[in-house]
Design a protein around this ligand. Structure first.
Ligand code: FMN
Length: 194
């Protein structure tokens, strides 16, 4: 396979389109982030990377907490909107319905099937970005997104944002984690026996 040397672009596929919520100047504000991910499962920690100029950061820095909400595909237009306009100029507080868990400084988005409430554990500056590491203090999942007691990814129907600047939907499952690798392990063992 011949390879094309491409620009130094962070082509990490795919990314979730996440809505980060915070209270800024007594008003709920949201921003859309592609750069959000898991740092640790046990204990549960995630990160978000938000440009230093963003309005949402002001609230996160003040209250030391934020929410990460995973939208379904049906919220596409609202998700993109929150990534186009800034709370500095436009009031985004009515875009979604809000509810609260135990922490009244962390607005959670009712319409999103997954809501994660975080307390800032650490903040670091990287070039133009503020990277917030959040201890997950509460997670809520829509009751109708479970099948046989497990979260059903197809029912969550997350919006995927890729480095081609397109939104995608999730496809079919093709294997099971910590399992499919056993097939390869078996092949290697059989080769060793020869
Ligand atoms: C699909 C999409 C992904 C985005 N991902 C990021 C991101 O990872 N980091 C970031 O700083 N801004 C990202 N943005 C831009 C912010 O969402 C945007 O600047 C927003 O207006 C900031 O809102 P605020 O100023 O009210 O906080 C993204 C926008 C879109 C549409």
């Amino acid at each position: 396979m011949s390879k094309i040397k491409y620009s130094k672009y962070p082509l990490v596929y795919p990314l979730p389109a996440a809505l980060v919520g915070a209270i800024v100047d007594n008003k709920v504000n949201y921003e859309t982030l592609g750069d959000c991910g898991i740092v640790s499962v046990y204990p549960p920690v995630l990160y978000i990377s938000s440009n230093k100029s963003h309005h949402t950061n002001k609230g996160i820095l003040k209250n030391k907490c934020f929410s990460v909400n995973i939208p379904s595909v049906d919220l596409l237009d609202k998700v993109d909107y929150c990534g186009i306009v800034t709370g500095k100029k436009v009031d985004k507080s009515n875009v979604f319905k809000i509810y609260y868990g135990n922490n009244k400084d962390i607005p959670l988005i009712e319409e999103c099937p997954i809501n994660i409430a975080c307390k800032v554990k650490e903040t670091i500056d990287i070039y133009n970005m503020k990277v917030f590491f959040g201890d997950i203090i509460e997670t809520y999942v829509n009751e109708n997104c479970f099948t046989d007691g497990h979260i059903d990814t197809l029912k969550i129907n997350p919006l995927i944002y890729c480095m081609d600047n397109l939104y995608w939907t999730i496809g079919k499952s093709v294997g099971k984690g910590f399992n499919s690798g056993k097939n390869y392990n078996d092949i290697i063992k059989n080769m060793d026996r020869r």
